[in-house]
Design a protein around this ligand. Structure first.
Ligand SMILES: [Zn+2]
Length: 322
């Protein structure tokens, strides 16, 4: 997630989070992680272990915190490019202004309409000699994106699917903005976007601290899709907190993730997040704080949503601004 344009203190962010939770009636946290979900989470490549392996890899010294315009983010986008290619997808690089920044786009061609699945790969990199590894922001989201791309590599869908790893998100949603102004698939034929940004922690750790919950933004107008998400979530013991996109607008949190550009263009936009925490944009956002089961719960739920969106005739009514 990118920082606020007007500097919003972390304390204020917590308060907003808490207000959100109260509004949503979601403050029934347990704080403790149960080890057995209601149904075993599927093995490879959406297993907690497989997803966590990518988080650790992306937070390793070799990627140097994936700073938006630093060499580390280019190494991360090269890694994503190679993974998509290895899986057999048609892969494109889309240059983003500034050094080392690019979007990586994998295409799974089928029908005329496309569903986008996305996450940003950049973070803060090295600043003043300190390494910001960005485990939750957003190695977690990228790991989920890669896991879904692996698990769906041989699926047959009715509609086309684009997996997009955005660059320069932390500089103000720059990579996704470049994509929106120069899309490789017509926006009028883009059915929906499913975006991941910070999906590896307990839900709002400084507030409710729910171990098996995650927010899903944008399904307030689509009962059928919300039912698909809730069914999939229940299979892996995930409590989904449905957050209307308009509610984020009230707290000026609506334009801080890449899905915002799509919603603004009138495209149905769905966003997964486990929320803000005290390690947000700190050097302490490290892999040891990530909950592998949360990654797997989100990945399983999102993959079911993708299957539904990419196979149905049903036009998504996920939140849009037009
Ligand atoms: Zn961020």
């Amino acid at each position: 997630m990118r920082g606020a344009a007007i500097c919003l203190g972390v304390g204020a962010i917590w308060q907003i989070g808490l207000v959100l939770l109260v509004l949503l009636g979601a403050c029934k946290g347990t704080g403790s992680e149960k080890t057995t979900p209601t149904k075993p989470i599927e093995t490879d490549p959406l297993s907690p272990t497989a997803l966590m392996r990518d988080v650790e890899r992306l937070c390793g010294d070799a990627f140097a915190g994936r700073g938006s315009y630093q060499a580390g983010s280019k190494r991360a986008s090269d890694f994503v490019f190679a993974e998509f290619q290895r899986l057999g997808y048609e892969v494109l690089r889309q240059p983003v202004r500034g050094r080392h920044a690019e979007n990586i786009i994998a295409i799974k061609r089928s029908g005329e309409e496309a569903v986008v699945v996305s996450a940003h790969h950049d973070h803060l990199g090295v600043r003043n000699g300190e390494l910001y590894r960005g485990a939750d922001d957003n190695a977690s989201g990228l790991a989920v994106l890669l896991g879904i791309a692996r698990s769906r590599a041989t699926h047959k869908y009715k509609h086309t699917v684009l997996f997009i790893s955005f660059g320069a998100e932390e500089d103000g949603l720059v990579g996704s903005g470049v994509y929106i102004h120069d899309p490789i698939w017509p926006l009028t034929k883009t059915r929906a976007v499913i975006n991941f940004d910070m999906v590896g922690r307990n839900f709002f750790e400084a507030g409710a601290d729910q171990a098996e919950a995650a927010a899903i933004v944008g399904l307030e107008f689509d009962e059928a899709l919300a039912a698909v998400a809730e069914r999939a979530a229940a299979e892996v013991g995930l409590h989904l907190i449905l957050v209307p996109a308009r509610l984020l607008e009230l707290f000026t949190l609506h334009d801080r993730t890449d899905d915002w550009w799509f919603r603004r263009q009138g495209i149905g936009a769905i966003h997964f997040s486990t929320g803000l925490h005290k390690d947000y944009h700190q050097v302490t956002d490290t892999p040891n704080k990530i909950r592998p089961n949360q990654l797997a719960r989100v990945a399983h739920t999102a993959a079911a949503l993708l299957d539904s969106l990419a196979n149905s005739r049903h036009k998504s009514h996920a939140s849009r601004s037009k």
